[in-house]
Design a protein around this ligand. Structure first.
Ligand SMILES: *Cc1c(COP(=O)(O)O)cnc(C)c1O
Length: 358
């Protein structure tokens, strides 16, 4: 018998969400972003399920090597670029493409002596102000890269939007205009759009789109759910009732006694807590899904357990399955309740939680 907590991964839903990307951006190639262990879904599992994508985006050379050694022949792009010159021979050996966003990287490439030139994505900062060259520097850096023996012909051009998840935000158009003027006269495939821009900013689709979150079946917008965006949740986070206790009016529940039973009532205990990646800080009445209904979590979430109010649940039994988020309880709602975003919840499922493909 194992501890009753698990995450199920619906690989058909992953593939369906890739189709949703294709439908939204029919003329673009798709760089499926599988960094952070495939947003918590398993990097290799995600890559395998998404083999119909045109390439993969990762955050580190280590991720890129694992992916390449698993046998994928797709382009693999390091979205933050390389961090140290010692990584360059690995990039060449494993045919990993790299983002170049900083002058130091250009200097290192100019000095490098590689046995195979690298495919480079020149990143321009049009307003995110995180990574990238100023638009005024773009043409100069492009020419320096062109002159580099260690850089393959056909430099690609990219930028990243800061507010694509805010529908109708005027800075999005501003960033797109700036990108266009920065790359004027430079040839190369272009990439701009993350999930939010794929779904709602057609002008940003360009040659390659870079979906992450939407592939995993969550909405990038604060005000919609996956279903409303035509997406299917991939992960369901599940546990089971391991105890039902009949408490009395006035009894308090869990650490600190922060919740008090308003009447004699049944309280259920689920074998899942913040040690599994469920957020400890949630708004009152955040639900779980059990026996086809919602039951509110009561008292503090513990490391390995949490308590739920079973008053509204018909004939609960120890062993009943509960969903924390997934196909029946939208992760967007739980994220909002925890003051965070679905990205953080998905990435945060703890390594001790076993995964099952369905
Ligand atoms: C993570 C990442 C993405 C994917 O963003 P989503 O919002 O998950 O679609 C796209 N581009 C870059 C550069 C990224 O780092």
């Amino acid at each position: 018998m194992t501890r009753p907590v698990q995450a199920t991964i619906d690989v058909k839903a992953l593939r369906a969400n890739l189709q949703r990307v294709r439908q939204a951006a029919p003329d673009a190639r798709v760089l499926a972003v599988i960094k952070a262990n495939g947003y918590g879904h398993g990097m290799l599992r995600s890559a395998e399920s998404l083999h119909e994508a045109d390439g993969f985006g990762v955050a580190s050379v280590e991720e890129g090597i694992v992916l390449r050694e698993s046998g994928t022949a797709h382009p693999i792009v390091l979205l933050e670029g390389f961090f140290d010159p010692s990584e360059l021979p690995d990039l060449a050996r494993h045919r990993l493409s790299t983002v170049v966003h900083h002058e130091r990287q250009v200097r290192l490439l100019e000095r490098a002596d590689l046995n195979r030139p690298l495919t480079v994505w020149l990143k321009i900062d049009t307003g995110m102000h995180r990574l990238g060259f100023a638009p005024s520097e773009a043409a100069n850096i492009y020419r320096r890269l062109q002159a580099c023996r260690s850089v393959a012909p056909r430099i690609r051009l990219m930028t990243h939007l800061a507010r694509s998840d805010e529908r109708g935000d005027p800075t999005v158009d501003g960033q797109l205009d700036l990108f266009q003027s920065a790359i004027e006269g430079l040839s190369g495939e272009r990439s701009i759009a993350n999930s939010a821009a794929i779904l709602h900013v057609p002008r940003a689709h360009a040659d390659w789109v870079r979906p992450g979150l939407m592939l995993y079946g969550a909405s990038p917008f604060p005000d919609s759910t996956a279903r409303q965006e035509g997406l299917r949740p991939v992960m369901s986070f599940l546990s089971r009732l391991i105890a039902i206790n009949y408490l009395h009016r006035g009894d308090t529940v869990s650490y600190g006694g922060t919740w008090t039973c308003p009447e004699d009532m049944p309280i259920g205990v689920l074998a899942v807590g913040y040690g599994d990646g469920y957020p400890r800080l949630i708004k009152p009445d955040t639900p779980v899904w059990i026996r086809g209904r919602r039951a509110p979590i009561v008292g503090r979430v513990c490391m390995d357990m949490m308590c739920i109010d079973l008053r509204g649940i018909p004939e609960p039994e120890v062993g009943d399955e509960a969903e924390l988020w997934g196909t029946r309880l939208p992760i967007e709602e739980i994220a909002r309740s925890a003051g965070t975003i679905p990205y953080e919840l998905l990435c945060g499922v703890a390594p001790r939680v076993p995964f099952t493909e369905i």
